[in-house]
Design a binder for this molecule. Structure first.
Ligand SMILES: Nc1ncnc2c1ncn2[C@@H]1O[C@H](COP(=O)(O)OP(=O)(O)O)[C@@H](O)[C@H]1O
Ligand SMILES: O=P(O)(O)OC[C@H](O)CO
Length: 502
């Protein structure tokens, strides 16, 4: 590390957009650049991204962030990568060309395959080893789909010509040289979302790979989340900057929120919602529909684990209102529209667009709007859209409390939706606990910057990270208990109407 360097960079490759951010020693945002990419929906239930578009965007925003902050590459101590998890790319190691679009985590095309893999044992066949139920959500079945369905790909994979990666691997390979010696790497958090890694050994599980018929030669090497992995060679704006860390975005947000002790939790409101609870060095298996996942691993220290409640559709329901129904023209407008309604008017929107994830895991569910009367209008729908995020969050918190035996007394939040005051107030009301957000809401990018900065000694210990966390806003519950119970009971009835529709 250049001892003069006073900044750390992070690339945050999200479901909706890619951000390049630069942070200073206090963890404050110095500069941020962002580009959205196309959401490709070739059929009902299918969701894809173009990996080349995302790589082009990454180079553009990295250059723009450095120029905007008026910094030279030598002033950047390290760069970290964080990413939407599970989204799967397979590419040719000789040409750098993907063999198919990236299959996104929300895509449900592998439903039959998952059922087939579950066989008589059921969806928990690999749960002890991977922490996960068999679900369309994870990368393993998506790789298998590409191998089975794209002409010639299985042969090329078996000949050793193809590489698999989640978006971190795809970007890391491209950023460290691509066809010219790019590193084929991932970290323990991303690998823990493939269903192919043993949660305890932190290595690929050969038996599961064989069951999934995935050649292990395609898989990246698994590294710690905070370690110098190489240097950037093909991001013109950041030559020779050390790549100091990789973390899945939800795990990065744990870092950015300084949830570094067992018992600490956060909820991120982005395309979906992801609530994680740090369980320390113990990988706790859930009895209530949550996932067990690697939270992070720093250098050679033992890995830390988390329980996770993943909700597939929250912010993307707001996007759907904007793009598919056109009743708002920007995501922010949903709040203004929802405020025009006094309450939900009896309307509930269950956004089971990818089935239901945690804690219900119902691949057979599909989206429904229930409770409609002639009275209901777009304002009630907007309100039901926002309330859906809060109800789904309450479901995963109840599961978390049942697993841990510890009641939640405050909810730490972050992500794109937390600027929505109506949602945050309703969240506090429906939970009956305060909701707190930090000053720096981009906790995902910040977490990746922290991991990278720790690896090069820019920050000396996690204590500095804890000290950087600053209280940015708070909402207190004001709803009466019986109203809270009545509304949540209505939600639970609404959810049953989404079942058996796929
Ligand atoms: N004011 C708002 N109210 C409600 N939702 C919002 C608002 N602003 C953005 N969003 C939603 O937040 C999501 C973007 O959040 P972000 O954390 O950037 O997501 P990701 O990391 O998944 O790409 C989008 O789905 C968008 O619809
Ligand atoms: O892109 P985000 O922030 O919605 O995160 C997506 C998750 O990583 C999917 O598991």
């Amino acid at each position: 590390m250049n001892p003069e360097a006073e900044y750390v960079a992070a690339i945050d490759q999200g479901t909706t957009s890619t951000r390049a951010m630069i942070f200073d020693r206090n963890g404050s945002v110095v500069y941020s650049e962002q580009l959205e990419h196309e959401q490709i929906f070739p059929r009902a239930g299918w969701v894809e991204h173009d990996p080349m578009e995302i790589w082009r965007n990454t180079r553009r925003i990295a250059a723009a962030a450095l120029a905007g902050a008026q910094l030279q590459p030598g002033e950047i101590a390290a760069c970290g990568i964080t990413n939407q998890r599970e989204t799967t790319v397979v590419w040719d190691r000789h040409t750098g060309q993907p063999v198919y679009n990236a299959i996104v985590w929300q895509d449900t095309r592998t439903d039959d395959l998952c059922r087939e893999l579950a066989g008589d044992v059921g969806v928990d066949r690999y749960r002890e080893r991977t922490g996960l139920p068999l679900s369309t959500y994870f990368a393993g079945p998506k790789i298998r789909w590409i191998l089975d369905n794209v002409a010639g790909v299985r042969e090329r994979a078996e000949a050793g010509d193809l590489l698999f990666g989640t978006m971190d691997s795809w970007l890391a390979w491209n950023m460290t040289g691509g066809v010219d010696g790019g590193l084929h790497i991932t970290d323990v958090t991303n690998a823990s979302r493939t269903m192919l890694m043993d949660l305890h050994t932190l290595q690929w599980d050969e038996e599961i790979c064989a069951d999934f018929q995935i050649p292990t030669s395609m898989l990246p090497t698994i590294h710690s989340s905070s370690a110098v992995l190489g240097s950037l060679r093909t991001v013109g704006s950041l030559p020779n900057v050390p790549l100091g860390g990789i973390l899945g975005d939800q795990q990065a947000a744990m870092f950015g929120q300084a949830c570094l002790e067992p018992g600490e939790a956060k909820n991120t409101y982005g395309t979906g919602n992801f609530l994680l609870l740090n369980t320390g060095t113990e990988a706790v298996l859930s009895k209530h529909g949550l996932l067990t996942t690697v939270c992070y691993r720093l250098g050679d220290e033992p890995a830390r684990y988390a329980l996770e409640g993943s909700i597939a559709v929250t912010g993307s329901l707001v996007q759907w209102l904007r793009d598919n129904l056109g009743i708002i023209s920007s995501a922010a407008q949903v709040e203004e529209l929802a405020r025009r309604a006094e309450d939900n008017g009896g309307v509930y929107f269950v956004p089971a667009f990818s089935g239901l994830f945690a804690p219900r895991w119902r691949p057979d569910a599909r989206g429904v709007i229930v409770g409609l009367t002639r009275f209901a209008d777009r304002t009630h729908i907007a309100r039901a859209v926002l309330e859906a995020s809060a109800y789904q969050t309450r479901e995963v918190i109840e599961a978390m409390e049942a697993d841990s035996g510890v009641p939640l007394n405050t909810l730490k939040v972050d992500g794109g939706m937390v600027v929505n005051d109506l949602l945050m107030q309703f969240q506090s009301d429906i939970l009956g606990v305060p909701v707190v957000r930090p000053v720096v809401n981009e906790t995902t990018a910040l977490g990746a910057a922290y991991a990278a900065g720790l690896a090069v000694g820019f920050w000396k210990s996690v204590d500095e990270i804890r000290d950087n966390w600053a209280h940015g806003g708070q909402w207190e519950p004001t709803m009466a208990d019986d109203e809270r119970s009545r509304l949540f009971a209505g939600w639970n009835r609404a959810v049953t109407h989404s079942f058996d529709l796929a």
